[in-house]
Design a protein around this ligand. Structure first.
Ligand code: NAD
Ligand code: HSE
Ligand code: NA
Length: 437
């Protein structure tokens, strides 16, 4: 059989990795797919730039339209990123009846509903395994492997750059900016690294995971998003003293009232496997009613790990090119006419435990006042430590771990505590999840 012809948009980290993996593993890929997969054309912004891949045998162009409109190309691989030009190109490719493979989570999280509807109409596939947790086949695991379950919740470390930064800061005492620069050099970071640091990238990915887990539309705007830029080495050390690790976590859970959808730094008991996922590695813990907890671990970013997922999608497309569109795996795991309208819970209604750190004047009565404010709101305390003021300071660090409470109550309590004369500055609040499986 003729090889499937694919056109590539973007020859950067993931594009270069995809060319390399396809070339190196061509023979095995053909044995799996039933036919070869060849990138015949590729669009790059600058044709003279040094690349990580050999482009021999690929017709290069600076105009992505040459690829999208080429009638011989059956699959368009979008690896440019962003949701401007990339969206136009993907919509055009679909319009022309081409299948699409993409690693672009921003695009899917923000415009996936529209893109999948267009693809459905045209009977083409839009595959996006590389968009979530890089090389970990998490989309496939949830959409196909766990299709017999009611998924109850899932939680993941889904930004490699952020986890790399937190790990290096903790293990080597390195500075935030310095580690971020290294992550950029290694090809882990987004074009705009604030997406990694402020949790936006993780929110894109969690939006996608939540949809395929619960059969709800993609709702990026409803995702509560907090990044890691305010985490200090101090908090990391205190958390460890209490037996926890701080991880940047995406968590989505089905409740009677709606779906929790939130991304924020989280204290996790150090004995949990997921608390020990370090560096650029990602992990997603999925709780199904039938299977129980399952954990998926692997490289969340980088050229070849991500290419591993892109190429797997290419193999999927090659396999189904001849099959009936109605019988393919649906984009969001559930049939398009069976998507539910379960609401997303407001963050104020979420219930979780908390780590609080505050700077208190070192005098009698302050702790009693803090515990009274918490007690008045039925917030019970699980642990408390007070650190003597360091030399030259008269403020003690007070660290509290609370039991589970509604976020709105905690907001009230924090407001009251911050208003106390003997408490200085803001209260640091990090949510705690036991992730008990
Ligand atoms: N780097 C990773 O580890 C990783 C992992 C998973 C997903 N992703 C996603 O993959 C996509 C690509 O990321 P990347 O890290 O490879 O980025 P990159 O910046 O290394 O590559 C993007 C390439 O697209 C090219 N490009 C931009 N505009 C273009 C145009 N008009 N025509 C042709 N080429 C154009 C750029 O010149 C660049 O070479 C993004 O959506 C990103 O979120 C990246
Ligand atoms: N910037 C992303 C790339 C993988 O999606 C990360 O660091 O996880
Ligand atoms: Na993946």
């Amino acid at each position: 059989m003729e090889p499937v012809k694919a056109g590539l948009l973007g020859l950067g980290t993931v594009g270069g990795g995809t060319v390399n993996v396809l070339r190196r593993n061509a023979e095995e890929i053909e044995r799996r797919a039933g036919r070869g997969i060849r990138i015949t054309h590729a669009a790059a912004r600058d044709l003279d730039k040094p690349r990580i891949c050999d482009t021999t045998g690929i017709t290069l162009t600076t105009d992505p339209q040459d690829v999208v409109s080429n009638p011989d190309i059956q699959i368009v691989i979008e690896l440019i990123g962003g949701d401007g030009l990339a969206k136009d190109l993907v919509m055009q490719a679909i319009e022309q009846g081409k299948h699409v493979v993409t690693a672009n989570k921003a695009l899917i999280a923000k415009h996936g509903n529209e893109i999948f509807a267009a693809a459905q109409k045209k009977g083409v596939m839009v595959a996006f395994e590389a968009a979530v947790a890089g090389g970990i086949p998490i989309i496939k695991a949830i959409r196909e492997g766990l299709a017999g379950n009611q998924i109850q919740w899932l939680a993941g470390i889904i930004n490699g750059t952020g986890n790399f930064i937190l790990t290096e800061m903790r293990d080597k005492g390195r500075e935030f900016e310095d580690v971020l620069k290294e992550a950029q050099e290694l090809g882990y970071a987004e074009a705009d690294p604030t997406f990694d640091v402020e949790g936006i990238d993780a929110a894109h990915k969690l939006t996608i995971l939540s949809s395929i887990a619960f059969g709800i539309p993609l709702q990026f705007e409803a995702t509560y998003t907090e990044g890691i830029s305010n985490i200090t080495r101090e908090d990391v050390a205190y958390a460890e003293e209490l037996g926890y690790r701080i991880k940047h976590l995406g968590l989505t859970r089905r409740t009677d009232k709606g779906v929790e959808l939130r991304v924020h730094p989280t204290l996790i008991p150090e004995r949990r496997l997921i608390a020990n996922v370090d560096g650029v590695m990602n992990a997603v813990l999925v709780m199904g009613d039938a299977v129980g907890p399952t954990l998926y671990y692997g490289a969340g970013a980088g050229d070849e790990p991500t290419a591993s997922a892109v190429v797997a999608d290419l193999v999927d497309v090659a396999r189904v090119l001849t099959s009936d569109p109605e019988n393919r795996v649906p984009h969001l795991a559930f049939q398009p006419d069976a998507i539910s309208d379960l609401p997303i819970l407001d963050m104020e209604a979420v219930e979780t435990a908390y780590y609080l750190r505050m700077q208190a004047e070192d005098k009698p009565g302050v702790l009693a006042e803090v515990t009274r404010i918490l007690g008045d709101r039925d917030i019970s305390i699980e642990a408390i430590i007070q650190k003597e003021p360091t030399e030259g300071s008269d403020k003690a660090n007070v660290i509290l771990l609370t039991h589970v409470v509604r976020e709105s109550k905690m907001n009230e309590a924090i407001e009251k505590i911050e208003a106390m004369k003997s408490i200085h500055g803001d209260v640091t609040r990090i949510r705690v999840e036991s992730l008990k499986a």
